[in-house]
Design a protein around this ligand. Structure first.
Ligand code: HXC
Length: 454
């Protein structure tokens, strides 16, 4: 307390406000405090801000809503406020291209979502759709903030709705970087790509402790929802990485293959690999005997620019291979039967895997290159293949066995040239199919009206 009897002057008041602002900023940057930050580091995890810095080009991140606080007064929550409320939101650049980013801070109430926190994410998603930039979510959260009850559940409803509306309009990529539960999992699961960190990230409805209390069941985090479970069994996870920096690097790589929204083309890569290069080594790679297995990935890598394939869903439904590559510097989606696994037969998982990937490419103007070598459906499974064949730019390469190579099937030898001539450049750019009215694009593009980028 000051002993000065004079009333505070305007400059004193301004100085006090600035000091308060400094204090709020300092507390926002500190997150849940040093002890919790240390715990995060001990677990091999980075903090939300460290992750954002790694994802974005140096100095490009612009934060918004840093001082937002929750409004809950129950359970003494009014005495526990951290500016920013456990989520960092803003935009930055990845290889010079703008992206919207939110990063959940596990050190603040376990990264759990309040009503105010949800509003920060929704504002960012609205901004991303309006400006046509991808949304990258760095998830590390226990889900709905239990203390807020329905307020936080309603916040998730707003986020899920935006996930479906943005689907097929701007790419949505989710990194799972900690124990994520409840809504912190449901939202990432309906985005386009989910990347998980091995050994430190989990996706489940609720954690093992709660399960033990409710059902007396003993389960491990890994078995319940670790990276291996979701990459190999459920197919929820598209890419995995050994640690936080590697996972972030994968997302930067992925962004390099895809456009910022559904009206743009993907960025053009720089390559010294000649477009008219012949691929004579394919003769030795593909056995003449139809029953002899071989690795289709070697064939793909021989054909695409610089042997560079970013495989998606590598450990799920391995009888089909999907991923991104470039031909003549232009991004393409690759779909290929894999004779080295289940003889390349199609089953339900493989069909769903391919269909999900094809739908993404269809929405985002990526030509498809299909490597066909398939004996048919795996007997004993009910075939469930959904076929979407709109004005997609597509080139099918018949490698060995293919029941319907269609009229645009090519011999692999000249595929690089032919893809350019027939598959990529000859077809008109597909601009018409947008998110169907009142649903997401998974119902199939073009049905029930069109949703265009505003
Ligand atoms: C509030 C939470 C929280 C939550 C974690 N915390 N989850 N606070 N709401 N949902 C807090 C913990 O109390 C703890 O605070 C700190 O975060 C770290 O959590 P720990 O349990 O110590 O960490 P860990 O052992 O690593 O386990 C993490 C966890 C576990 C697996 C996420 O906390 C857990 O199972 N939480 C409950 C998850 C859950 O049931 N979520 C579903 C919400 S319902 P202190 O102060 O001790 O550090 C939902 C439905 C959405 O999301 C549906 C929408 C329609």
């Amino acid at each position: 307390m000051s002993n000065d009897p004079r009333p505070p002057s305007a400059s004193d008041a301004r100085a006090a406000q600035l000091a308060e602002l400094d204090d709020l900023n300092r507390r926002a940057l500190a997150g849940g405090g040093q002890a919790r930050v240390d715990k995060q580091h001990e677990a091999g995890k980075l903090t939300a801000r460290e992750r954002v810095e790694l994802l974005c080009d140096p100095g490009s991140f612009v934060e918004i809503d840093r001082l937002v606080q929750h409004r809950c007064t129950d359970f003494d929550m009014d005495k526990q406020k951290v500016p920013g409320d456990g989520v960092v939101t803003g935009w930055g650049k990845v290889d010079g291209r703008k992206v919207a980013v939110f990063a959940q801070d596990f050190t603040v109430f376990g990264g759990s979502l309040s009503g105010a926190y949800a509003q920060k994410i929704c504002k960012l998603m609205d901004f991303a759709v309006k400006t046509g930039i991808p949304v990258v979510g760095l998830n590390d959260s226990g889900g709905a903030r239990i203390q807020e009850g329905v307020e936080s559940l309603a916040g998730y409803a707003e986020i899920f709705w935006r996930n479906t509306q943005a689907s097929g309009v701007v790419p949505q990529i989710s990194l799972i970087m900690g124990p994520c539960a409840g809504g912190a999992v449901y939202s990432p699961a309906i985005t386009d790509f989910t990347v998980m960190v091995e050994g430190s990230s989990y996706m489940f409805i609720t954690g093992p402790e709660v399960i033990k209390t409710v059902t007396n069941e003993d389960v491990t985090k890994e078995g319940l929802g670790g990276a291996s479970t979701h990459a190999a069994k459920s197919g929820v996870c598209h890419l995995t990485a050994p640690d936080d920096p590697a996972a972030i690097a994968r997302v930067r790589e992925l962004l390099g293959f895809i456009p910022s929204n559904n009206t743009e083309d993907p960025p053009r890569g720089v390559t010294a690999d000649p477009l008219d290069r012949e691929v004579p080594e394919l003769e030795a790679m593909v056995p003449v005997e139809p029953n002899k297995p071989y690795d289709i990935k070697k064939v793909i890598r021989a054909v695409v620019d610089d042997g560079d394939l970013l495989e998606i869903h590598e450990r799920y439904a391995q009888n089909i291979v999907v991923g991104f590559a470039r031909i003549g510097g232009r991004s393409v989606g690759v779909v290929a039967n894999q004779p080295a696994f289940l003889a390349g037969c199609l089953d339900i998982k493989a069909s769903i895997k391919a269909a999900r990937f094809v739908r993404f490419c269809d929405c985002f103007n990526l030509p498809l290159v299909t490597f066909v070598d398939v004996p048919g459906f795996l007997p004993g499974h009910r075939p469930r293949v959904r076929r979407h064949h709109h004005a997609r730019r597509e080139a099918a390469v018949r490698v060995r066995r293919g029941h319907r190579a269609e009229d645009h099937g090519h011999h692999p030898q000249g595929v690089r040239r032919r893809i350019r001539r027939h598959g990529v450049e000859a077809h008109p750019r597909r601009l018409q199919h947008r998110v169907p009215h009142g649903g997401d694009r998974r119902d199939g593009p073009g049905r029930g009206g069109q949703h265009r980028l505003p």
